[in-house]
Design a protein around this ligand. Structure first.
Ligand code: 5AD
Ligand code: SF4
Length: 508
C-alpha cells in the first residue's frame, strides 16, 4: 500500500545531476514533469524501511480530514524553486491544508514559476489559461509564485484575472499572512517586496525526496551578470544564521536523512549573519560533523567566491562530496567581461587546477551560454577549448535568451537563432565525446553508491556516488533503497556508469 503525499515536480534539468548533455536548454528547462511522488507508507512508519522516517509530521489531525481544504503546487525551474515549493507546502500543511496529487482535485492551486529563459516564462501564461476554466467553474483559488510572479507583478492579474495571489520568493516569509487574506476573500493579493533582509524559514518543510534533503543557506544574488534575471526576481543576498541551519540539519539527521544538499544561487558567498560570522567553509565543516550525516553537497558555486580552502576542506573531509558545480558561462575573456562575470578565462582555469590537483578525484560540472550578443566564432572556439581543458563530467549548455530588465537585452550583434542552435549542437557533441572518454576510464573502479531507484522491470538498481555520478547496477540482494552499497564498474555510457554490487562489500 502506498500513500501519495503531495505533488512532486522533478526538475529534469537539475544542474546537480549528470543528466544528458543539454539538448538545447531552453526547451528542456520547460519540460519539467509534474507527477505524484509516491512514498511507500512503510518508509514513513517503519524505521527499518528504506529512506528516512518522516522528516516532518506529514499528516496532522487536520490535514488527515478529507473535508479540509486541499492544495496542489506545480513547480518549474531550478532546485531552489523545487525546495521553495517544499517550504510553501509546509506553510499550507501548518494551516491545515491537505495535499492532493492532481491539480483538478485542489481547492488551492499554486504555480511556482521560472523566468530564467524566455520559453519558461512564456509557458506560465499558457498554463494559467489551462487553469482558467477550473478557477471559474469550481471556485478554485489560483496563486502564482516564483520568478515570473516577481517579474510580472500585478500585470498577471490583468492577463489572468482568475488569479488571486501573486507572490515572489523574497516575500514568501509573509505567505501565512497573504494566504489568510486570500482565505478571507481577498482577490488581488500581492507579495512583491524585494526589499527584505530576512530569509524564508518555516516550522515545517514538506520534504519530497526521501534520500536527499535540500536546505537553503543563502537566498538572492548580489552579482549582476548582464544576461540574468535572478537579481531582479530573487532580490539581494540574505544568508541564514548558522545555528538555525545546524539545528535543521540535526533534525534531518534524527529523521533518518544521511545526505544534505545546501542551496543558494551563489552558495559559496555565504556569510553567517550571527555573531559567529562563519564563512562557507566553516559552515560546511560544521554540517559535515553532525552525527548521522554521511554526505554534504552544495550548489551553485560562483567562480569568484570559489576558494582553495573549499577544495582543501573536501579533500580532508570524506563527508563532503567531491563534486563541484562551477558555472563558467563562456571560455572567452572578452565575452565574460560583457557578461559581467567578474573573472577571466585564466582565473577560472586556475580554480579548476586546484580541483584537478586535489587528492580525491573530484567530478566537475559547469553551465555554458552560447550565442551571447557579439559572440564571434573565435569566442565560441575559446569555449570549446576551455571544455577540452577542464574535462568536466557534465555541461548544462543553453542558448542565450534575452530577458527583460537585463543589460544584455540592449546589446548589439544578436546571434541568429539558427546559429545559436548550431553552436549548441557542436558544443554538446564535443562534450559528449569528453564524457565518453572520461567514463571509460572508470571501468574497473569501485564506488560507494547511495541507492535511490529500483528499476523493477529489469531488476536493476541505481544511485549516486559521492561525486554525483549515476551508477546502474545489478545484485542478488533486495530492499536496497536508501542503503549505501559498493559497486564495481563494468561498463560506461556518456552520462552514467554500469556495474555490479561487490558482494560482501556492503557499506553499512
Ligand atoms: N539565457 C540563457 N541562459 C541563461 N542562464 C541564466 N540566464 C540565462 C539567459 N538569459 C543560464 C546560466 C546559469 C543557468 C542557471 O542558466 O548558464 O548558470
Ligand atoms: Fe544570475 Fe550571475 Fe547571480 Fe548566477 S551569479 S544568479 S548568473 S546574476
Amino acid at each position: 500500500m502506498s500513500l501519495i503525499l503531495y505533488a512532486y515536480n522533478r526538475n529534469k534539468r537539475n544542474p546537480l545531476s549528470f543528466g544528458p548533455v543539454s539538448t538545447g536548454g531552453v526547451l528542456e528547462l520547460t519540460q519539467i514533469v509534474s507527477r505524484a511522488f509516491d512514498i511507500g507508507l512503510s518508509s514513513l512508519t517503519d524505521p527499518q524501511a528504506a529512506g528516512p522516517r518522516a522528516a516532518v509530521p506529514t499528516q496532522t489531525s487536520e490535514n488527515r480530514n478529507s473535508s479540509a481544504r486541499s492544495f496542489y503546487i506545480e513547480t518549474f525551474g531550478c532546485q531552489m524553486n523545487v525546495h521553495d515549493s517544499e517550504k510553501v507546502a509546509g506553510v499550507l500543511l501548518e494551516r491545515g491544508y491537505r495535499p492532493v496529487d492532481a491539480a483538478a482535485d485542489a481547492d488551492f492551486l499554486l504555480y511556482n514559476t521560472c523566468s530564467i529563459r524566455e520559453k519558461a516564462a512564456q509557458k506560465v501564461f499558457q498554463r494559467l489559461n489551462d487553469f482558467k476554466f477550473a478557477a471559474k467553474a469550481n471556485q478554485k483559488v489560483i496563486g502564482v509564485l516564483g520568478c515570473v510572479a516577481q517579474q510580472e507583478g500585478e500585470e498577471i492579474f490583468e492577463r489572468a484575472p482568475w488569479v488571486s495571489l501573486v507572490c515572489g520568493s523574497p516575500s514568501y516569509r509573509n505567505l501565512p499572512n497573504l494566504i489568510e487574506q486570500v482565505e478571507s476573500g481577498g482577490r488581488r493579493v500581492t507579495g512583491l517586496d524585494l526589499d527584505t533582509d530576512e530569509t524564508f524559514e518555516t516550522e515545517i518543510t514538506r520534504r519530497d525526496n526521501p534520500f536527499r534533503a535540500y536546505l537553503t543557506i543563502i537566498e538572492g544574488c548580489d552579482y549582476s551578470c548582464s544576461y540574468c534575471v535572478v537579481p531582479h526576481t530573487r532580490g539581494p543576498e540574505r544568508s541564514r544564521a548558522s545555528d538555525s541551519i545546524l539545528a535543521e540539519v540535526r533534525r534531518l539527521a534524527d529523521a533518518g536523512y544521511t545526505e544534505i544538499q545546501l542551496l543558494g544561487q551563489t552558495v559559496n558567498s555565504y556569510r553567517d549573519p550571527s555573531p559567529r560570522k562563519w564563512n562557507f567553509v566553516d559552515l560546511l565543516l560544521a554540517v559535515a560533523e553532525i552525527e548521522g550525516i554521511r554526505r554534504v553537497r552544495f550548489t551553485t558555486s560562483h567562480p569568484n567566491d570559489f576558494t582553495r580552502e573549499i577544495v582543501e576542506a573536501i579533500d580532508a573531509t570524506p563527508a563532503l562530496c567531491d563534486h563541484i558545480h562551477l558555472p563558467v558561462q563562456s571560455g572567452s575573456t572578452r565575452i565574460l567581461r560583457e557578461m559581467r562575470r567578474t573573472y577571466a578565462r585564466e582565473q577560472y582555469l586556475e580554480k579548476i587546477s586546484w580541483i584537478h590537483g586535489a587528492r580525491r578525484q573530484f567530478s566537475l560540472t559547469t553551465d555554458v551560454i552560447v550565442g551571447f550578443p557579439g559572440e564571434t566564432e573565435a569566442d565560441f572556439e575559446a569555449t570549446l577549448t576551455l571544455l577540452d581543458a577542464i574535462q568536466s563530467d557534465g555541461v548544462f549548455a543553453f542558448k542565450y535568451s534575452p530577458r527583460p530588465n537585463t543589460p544584455s537585452l540592449a546589446m548589439p550583434d544578436a546571434i541568429p537563432e539558427e546559429e545559436k542552435s548550431r553552436r549548441l549542437a557542436i558544443l554538446n557533441e564535443r562534450q559528449r565525446q569528453i564524457q565518453i572518454a572520461r567514463n571509460e576510464k572508470l571501468i574497473g573502479a569501485r564506488f560507494e553508491v547511495l541507492v535511490d531507484t529500483h528499476h523493477t522491470a529489469r531488476n536493476q538498481w541505481a544511485g549516486r556516488t559521492t561525486s554525483n555520478r549515476i551508477v546502474n547496477f545489478s545484485t542478488s540482494r533486495e530492499n536496497l533503497l536508501g542503503q549505501y552499497v559498493q559497486v564495481h564498474i563494468t561498463r560506461s555510457a556518456p552520462n552514467s556508469l554500469i556495474g555490479e554490487e561487490v558482494q560482501g562489500g556492503e557499506a553499512q
